[in-house]
Design a protein around this ligand. Structure first.
Ligand code: FAD
Ligand code: SF4
Length: 473
């Protein structure tokens, strides 16, 4: 194959086709299409193959991006899938939900002047298409590890990534989750218009074929005691997430929803929840969503799909300081969402027992906080009432570690996050047999960072099991 050094100029950056905003607000279908092999090869050929690939260093799982782009350009799909899945357990999820604009694509040399290589879309193409053509992950047959059985609690991206690493290395894995389907927030959080639930189900089948056993509808601490798990397995990985909704001191009443409750009763979950669990809370209503992160963007876009009359996102900083992905903010705008920046909610106003609006005060950005982000300060006397019939609170989540951790010497930090790494093995907690990762260790973060933690935990567990085997010999 001849290499065209000017392809990045001659072939413009082209994202996969996107449904028109008028069509997509009618349903919960994924809004981006996929490439065919020809377009994927053309787009991959735009890569400059930089000597120092910044995209790779900016990717939390340090994907071999230029190398798999080259394989796609050469039409070597299965080799690209082998390489892509070697560093990322779930490229088909990350290609869809990573905030590429502030990770790999934001670091691409072409980003400023020519448009970054469409790394995320090519990454999702590789595994989607490879699965479709029959490619499957390779199992590394390891007699030294095959006698072990590991329990994983939580089937979100962290738990699944740990299961993937262990199963690929011949360790038997049981994954427990309280929900009826795997995926954690991939399924019960992120709406289908960003990630179709069938994509998660395809991966579930692949993992089951690799020998991973899922025990769903099983809440550890109620349906099965942790002590039973600890006694039965060689090691345990905890990946329970963070679920204590922050409500910012606002009073919850009729017509006020917490973000996850709202998202998880939505038509996005048709086929996973029963029809009577699915409700349409905001049809015909004027909706205010409070918050400016990914969760808030998912709420505004879900509300408009439920037929809300108007949807306004109210955020206390300015647009430049919104934590949500730029791509998702742009998609929300196209779908008719209004944004009101520099407004801090003070209280929800009721008329009898129904919501009448939200009292807000204007803000301006002051001195930076401990994380370097400018702190919003309220402007005295600038209160106003924004009319609304429904309010959705999307301020994020605090840790909610179960009470039973203390019975097993699993120590927490003052924040409630799980302490790890004290004995030098990645992701190991203060109980040497127990590992932890994902949001419950780092706080609410990203799918790709949860995958990173899960993979490191899998490697840490293998390191521990091998060291113990040596001592026993
Ligand atoms: P989770 O995904 O939360 O999984 C934890 C699992 O543990 C759950 O399935 C839960 O049922 C299970 N569990 C908990 N306790 C028990 C128990 N006692 N017994 C059995 N099972 C238990 N990140 C992105 O990168 N891109 C996005 O676009 C994005 N959008 C998001 C949208 C929303 C609405 C939210 C809330 C988050 C979003 N995130 C996004 C963040 C991302 O989803 C999380 O960072 C990631 O899922 C964390 O993975 P995890 O495996 O640590 O936990
Ligand atoms: Fe980019 Fe995320 Fe894929 Fe890494 S995992 S290459 S950051 S889309």
């Amino acid at each position: 194959m001849t290499i065209n050094n000017n392809q990045f100029i001659e072939v413009p950056r082209t994202d996969p086709a996107k449904l028109s905003s008028g069509t997509r607000v009618q349903n919960f279908a994924e809004i981006y299409g996929t490439y065919d092999g020809f377009i994927a090869g053309q787009q991959a050929g735009r890569c400059l193959d930089c000597a120092n690939p910044y995209c790779k260093w900016q990717c939390p799982v340090t994907n071999h991006i230029p190398e798999w782009l080259r394989l796609v350009r050469e039409g070597k799909l299965f080799e690209a899938a082998d390489l892509s899945n070697a560093t990322n357990s779930f490229p088909e999820f990350c290609g869809r939900v990573c905030p590429q604009d502030r990770l790999c694509e934001g670091a691409c040399t072409l980003n400023e002047d020519y448009g970054a290589v469409t790394i995320g879309s090519i990454e999702k193409f590789i595994t989607d298409e490879a699965f479709r053509q029959g490619w499957r992950p390779k199992i590394n047959h390891r007699p030294d590890l095959s006698g072990h059985r590991v329990a994983i609690i939580g089937a979100g991206p962290a738990g699944l990534a740990c299961a993937d690493v262990l199963a690929k290395n011949s360790v038997a894995v049981d994954v427990f989750d309280k929900y009826p389907e795997i995926g954690g927030l991939l399924t019960f959080g992120i709406p289908a218009f960003k990630l179709e639930k069938d994509i998660v189900k395809i991966r579930r089948k692949v993992m089951e074929d690799m020998g991973v056993k899922f025990h769903l509808n099983t809440l550890v601490g109620r349906d099965i005691e942790f002590s039973e798990i600890l006694n039965k397995y060689s090691a345990v990985f905890l990946a329970l997430g963070t679920y204590k909704a922050i409500n910012g001191g606002l009073e919850s009443g009729k017509g006020v929803y917490q973000a996850l409750d709202f998202l998880n009763s939505s038509m996005s979950l048709r086929g996973i929840l029963s029809d009577d669990q699915i409700v349409n809370n905001v049809n015909g209503a004027n909706v205010i969503v409070l918050g400016g992160g990914d969760t808030a963007m998912d709420c505004v876009r879900t509300a408009i799909r439920q037929g809300a009359r108007s949807v306004t996102c109210v955020y206390r900083r300015d647009e430049a300081n919104m934590p949500g992905s730029r791509k998702e903010v742009a998609n929300a705008r196209e779908e008719g969402i209004k944004f009101l920046f520099n407004r801090q909610p003070l209280e929800i106003i009721y008329d009898e027992d129904m919501i009448a609006g939200v009292r807000v005060v204007q803000t301006r950005l002051g001195a930076p906080d401990a994380n370097g982000r400018q702190r919003p300060e309220t402007v005295p006397g600038s209160d106003e009432i924004l009319q609304a019939d429904r309010v959705i609170i999307a301020f994020g989540f605090d840790p909610n570690p179960p009470e039973w951790f203390k019975d097993y010497n699993i120590e927490l930090l003052a924040s409630g996050l799980v302490k790890t790494g004290v004995y030098g093995i990645p992701q190991q907690t203060t109980n040497p047999k127990v590992f932890a990762g994902g949001d419950m260790v780092r706080g609410s973060d990203l799918v790709v960072t949860a995958i990173y933690d899960g993979r490191r935990a899998g490697e840490g567990i293998m390191q521990k099991l091998l060291a113990e085997a040596k001592i026993a010999v």
